[in-house]
Structures are given as structure tokens and as C-alpha cells.
Design a protein around this ligand. Sequence first.
Ligand SMILES: Nc1nc2c(ncn2[C@@H]2O[C@H](COP(=O)(O)OP(=O)(O)OP(=O)(O)O)[C@@H](O)[C@H]2O)c(=O)[nH]1
Ligand SMILES: [Mg+2]
Length: 366
Amino acid sequence: MFVDKVKIYVEAGDGGRGCVSFRREKFIPMGGPDGGDGGDGGHVILKASAGEQSLVDLKFQQHWAAERGVHGKGQKLQGARGKNCVIKVPMGTLVFREGESELLADLKEDGQEFIVAKGGKGGKGNCHFATSTNRAPRIAQPGTPGEKATLELELKIIADIGLIGYPNAGKSTILTAISGAHPKTAPYPFTTLHPNIGIVETDDYRRFTVADIPGLIEGASENVGLGHAFLRHIERCRLFCYTLDMGGVDGRDPLDDLASLRSELDKYEDGLSKRPFVIAANKMDLEGAQEHLKRLQETEPQAVIVPICAELQEHTDELILTFRRLLDELPPEDEALLYRILARRRVFRNEKTAANDDMDFTDDNW
Ligand SMILES: Nc1nc2c(ncn2[C@@H]2O[C@H](COP(=O)(O)OP(=O)(O)OP(=O)(O)O)[C@@H](O)[C@H]2O)c(=O)[nH]1
Ligand SMILES: [Mg+2]
């Protein structure tokens, strides 16, 4: 099960109470105040982890709370601080407060942490309040309450390369051929229903990630097929790999496929198809593939085209080297990209509010 949007409730621990107590010992009359401080409450922390692939765990556990701080005790004993509650999320998780568009955090690196709810402070015990005129204070501070919040988490997979293509073009087969991932492959459309990520390692230990994104069809930008469910995930890929079925299985023409893939991307976000790309001309073992390839090379003289046969792993090494070369030429992910994504989120939200529609969390457009 792949989950890329969830709502969670987090509650940090309250601070422990300070203590009112007086020192009582044999031969020590009027020992003075000795009430200890309360401990601080634990924080709720989100932590990005490379081991997590989706937000599915959070779908089934939506309430998270950190421990409260222990109250102070006599003999100036300070209460223990509450344990933090650490929630693991996949890399690429965006954090928002419920109903707001402002981004609280973008957890994109392995191990990156963000405190979403701060624990309360422990109260001071009465030993802090003794003065020259009040040597037996009977006051202590209560702890402050921990923060509470309702959060929306949204996963936008961060892969270096996104495999984009019609259903059945062989995207999952390519991912299997070039990485250690084993997505399901089968001769029918929409085999892949959620994005898979594979890690490719070159001979000189360079690593990059490739995402196999569910098949795109005409109308995907209007939510046809798997629609937005997958289009969201290509937004943060730095390089696109258009995967074309050169054999024209299912009676399609690879050149038409390429044109409609690009137009769907542009309909979703203007200019998305201008992102750097490479074309993987797959299924070169099939009849008629050579003619299609020649036509493709004529119509796309500028493009980098790598003819491969993913099924037999022919020329897939060449594809890896091409990915590597193009990635090296690209600048790192820019902040502007993230802001564009957030801006679109705001537009969707405003449209929904204008329609006077209650926010529905299962809807794709929030
Ligand atoms: N002849 C031939 N068949 C291939 C080649 N690559 C993949 N196939 C076949 O094409 C079919 C579809 O492959 P998949 O990898 O499942 O395609 P996909 O693009 O992931 O499809 P969806 O997940 O449905 O979007 C499978 O039956 C593969 O065996 C190839 O190079 N040559
Ligand atoms: Mg697939």
C-alpha cells in the first residue's frame, strides 16, 4: 500500500509541576524550602529516513504523543524530562499545518529532523522563591502545556530521474534492469499502481535514484487514469526519461506517444516538458522498431536517444551512463521548484474554497 498524503495529530508532553516542600531532618529546625523543579515535556519530532518509502504507517496511527515531564520532588529532586516521540517519514515529506499553505518543513535529507510540537517547560520548585522576607514560600510553578497540532504531511518523492511513459512501455522492466528494485512487470497496462524507487550504482560508486512512475495516458492532467496521483511525483525529478515502446505494441505510434506525454506534462504544469530529458527507445527487438527509431531521430535531432531492449538488458548500461552524464551537467535542485509546487497547492486550495467546498482529505487536490 502506497500512501502519499496523511493527516496526523501530534501532542507534545506537558512540563512537570514544581514541588512545594521543606527540608525536615533531625537537628535541623526550619530547614528551608527544598521543592525540586518539574522536568520538561518531550517534543514530537519528524525524522526523514531513507528506509521509509511511503506514509502508510501514519495512515494507521494518526495520534502521536510525547511523554510528559515528571513532577519535581522534595530534597530538591528534579523531575525527569519526558521522552521525545520520533516519527519516521520518507525523504521528500512536506509538512503543513492543517488548512494552511505555508510550508513548515521540507524533509529531504536522510536523518533530517524537525520539531513539530515543542514540549512544555517544567515548573520551578519552591526552593527558587525564598527571599529575605519570605523564607518559607509555599508557591511553585505549574509546568507549561506542550504544543498540540494537526498536521498535513504530503510526500513528493525526490528521485533524480523519473521514468515517464505510456502503460506497458516497459518502465518497470527498465528499473529492474538497471537497479536492485523488483517492481512487478506484466503485459497489461497499469501493472504499476504506485511509484517505485530504485537506486542505481555505477562502477565508480556514484549513486542516483530512479522512480518508476505509473503509466501516463492522455487526459492524465484532468485526472484520467491514475491522473494526479502520479503526476505529483514527477514534479521533483531533475531529469525525465521518456520511455517509448518502439515496437508499437497495442497499435500505437511511439512518436504520437511522445507528443501526448509532453502535452500532458504541460497541461499539468506549464513548461514541465522543458525539463532536461533523455529518450529510452525500448523494445528494439520487435519488428518495425528500427523504422520507428529512424523517424524518431529525424524528428528529434537534438534529443539524446538511447535504443535499448530492457527485457534482454541490452544497452541498458549505456542508459545508465547517459543518465549519469546528464545528471552531472545539471545544477542541483533549486528552491524555486519547491516554491512553484507550493504555489500550485495554494491555487488548488483557493479554488476549493471558492467553490465553498469542505476540504476533503481523500481528494487529490488539497
Ligand atoms: N519484446 C520486448 N518486451 C518488453 C521489453 N521491455 C519490456 N517488455 C514487456 O513489456 C511488458 C510491459 O512491461 P512493464 O515493464 O510492466 O511496463 P510498464 O511501463 O511498467 O507498464 P505499467 O506499469 O503498466 O505502466 C512486459 O510484458 C514486458 O515483458 C523489451 O525490451 N522487449
Ligand atoms: Mg510498471
